[in-house]
Design a protein around this ligand. Structure first.
Ligand SMILES: [Ca+2]
Length: 514
């Protein structure tokens, strides 16, 4: 059957001109990966309340991708696909798996949380296998200095998959995703050293307001908002890394935890949004795995704007150092926005044009969980525009390889450089996802068709089919009208899905092929 041309319904797609833009040789790379930022959370993707002027300015100079996807709707598997270029049908990591580390349930137990604080062996997620080739090892081979600053989540301390062993010359931040639920931690990791932060105190995320506290009085929240904001500690290290590598190519992987819950930002910046958006009347006093928050909407907005201001600072610094024209920025998010009490998604329309209520954002394979903002700029080298190339994070590895002039390890991606230089962009035949979290999901995008199978763990093999050309919110299942499309989708699933190469129960999914 003939497929109609793809088009993104929300953003008008300007045809990228055919003129060949030249990219600098071995440019520096700044890869900024947000955590749970939605398609609609940036001004350049239609956000009207949260201010992101610096990222918007970068986007104006570069390419805005309308149809770019993560490979997985959750942190660890998404990052695994970014690092290895492997799609989830044969990736090592396919869900968040804590192995010996602190489990989600432990977050609510002070003693188990403290155990992880006392003994780093109880930190971290399931480790990538020793010797895994990553974008880090690849760029090191190309002569780059590499840093990962932010959140890791692909192997705990004392495992074979500490960031320094996975291709990063320098690491600073959270090794463990669970500890990243606080923006005022009392320690972070610098390479393989646990560094305590003077002025911040140990504060488990199960901590609540003191007995008798007035939940409408901001002073009672002081204990959660301590002296040093982790985003600022990380940003200081970013500047230091750039300073130290002004004379050689570098790749900075900036895996910020913004705007993942707990939503926290410096008080004056939160108050800016309280004034702008209006006083909030519903503080979160019991945030589950997260601290209480007095102004969740304002805090969510403030933390994104705070990060945006840091992007502006870094751009200015690179300009001052004469490095900006020689630096590629890639900006995206690891998965769609989280639907928890901390994240005011509906208020901000974080899902953009996609449905993003509970079950439709993070941890789902609906568009709201997987389609993400994705921007590439390179100083004034690119012809600004929008691209509706349907890609996935596995494209990042071959893109960086081509930029650096090095051969990439075997991967499932397609370099996006032709889109940057005005060349003919090769396309994926289809995009594949599987996600064993929750009740189990499989999905395929083929042209404008989106096939999705839910409840895989229960043996369900009835595919829902949506026409993204007319139905971005995936509301009208047309599977019964297009059995030949459904049949082809199943063929794609069959050729993509492979058993996990390890014994992690949580990654396993038995697909009941029809
Ligand atoms: Ca995430």
């Amino acid at each position: 059957m003939k497929l109609r041309n793809l088009s993104a319904a929300m953003l008008p797609v300007a045809a990228l001109t055919g003129c060949a833009d030249k990219l600098p040789e071995k440019p520096n790379i700044v890869f900024l990966l947000f955590d749970d930022l939605g398609y609609g959370d940036l001004g350049c993707y239609g956000q009207e309340l949260i201010e992101t002027p610096h990222i918007d300015a970068l986007a104006q100079q570069g390419i805005i991708f309308t149809d770019m996807y993560t490979n997985a709707p959750l942190s660890a598997p998404s990052r695994c696909s970014i690092m290895t270029g492997q799609h989830q049908g044969h990736a090592q990591v396919r869900a968040n798996e804590e192995l010996h580390g602190i489990q989600t349930a432990d977050l609510m137990s002070e003693s188990l949380f403290r155990r992880s604080w006392e003994n780093p062996d109880y930190e971290g997620q399931y480790p990538l296998a020793a010797g895994t080739e990553t974008i880090g090892t690849m760029m090191q081979k190309a002569g780059y200095k590499t840093a990962l600053i932010g959140k890791w989540g692909l192997g705990g301390p004392n495992t074979a998959a500490e960031p320094n062993k996975m291709g990063f010359d320098y690491f600073y931040g959270f090794n463990c995703q669970m500890w990243a639920h606080s923006y005022y931690p009392d320690f972070l990791w610098e390479n393989d050293k646990k560094v305590f932060i003077e002025g911040n105190e140990y504060m488990p995320v199960c901590a609540r307001l003191d007995e008798g506290a007035d939940p409408y009085d901001i002073r009672y929240y002081d204990k959660f908002n301590q002296k040093h904001y982790s985003c600022d500690l990380m940003y200081d290290k970013i500047e230091k890394f750039v300073d130290e590598n002004a004379k050689n190519p570098f790749m900075l992987v900036w895996t910020t935890t913004v705007p993942h819950s707990t939503v926290q930002a410096p008080e004056d910046e939160v108050m800016y949004y309280v004034n702008k958006l209006g006083e909030e009347k519903t503080p979160i006093t019991d945030g589950g795995w997260y601290y209480p928050v007095l102004y969740p909407k304002s805090a969510y907005a403030a933390m994104i704007t705070h990060l945006d201001a840091q992007v502006g600072k870094l751009v200015q610094k690179l300009k001052d150092m004469g490095l900006y024209e020689n630096t590629v920025f890639v900006i995206t998010s690891d998965n769609g926005p989280a639907c928890n009490s901390n994240s005011p998604l509906e208020y901000f329309k974080s899902g953009g044009p996609f449905k993003c209520t509970k079950g439709w954002g993070k941890a789902s394979l609906h568009e709201g969980g997987i389609r993400l903002p994705f921007i590439i700029t390179c100083g004034s080298h690119l012809t600004p525009g929008k691209s509706n190339h349907a890609g996935q994070f596995v494209d990042i590895m071959p893109t960086f390889a081509e930029l650096a002039g090095v051969e990439a390890p075997a991967n499932d991606g397609i370099s996006l450089v032709p889109t940057l230089t005005g060349g003919e962009q090769p396309k994926h035949e289809y995009l594949y996802w599987e996600f064993p979290g929750g009740k189990g999901w499989v999905a395929v995008r083929w042209g404008e068709w989106k096939g999705i199978v839910k409840n895989v763990h229960k043996g369900n093999n009835v595919m829902e089919l949506y026409d993204l050309h007319t139905d971005l919110r995936e509301t009208t299942d047309v599977a019964a009208q297009y059995p030949e499309v459904v049949e082809q989708m199943w063929k794609f699933i069959k050729e993509s899905h492979q058993p996990v190469p390890n014994d992690v129960q949580r990654y396993k999914m038995n697909v009941n092929f029809p």
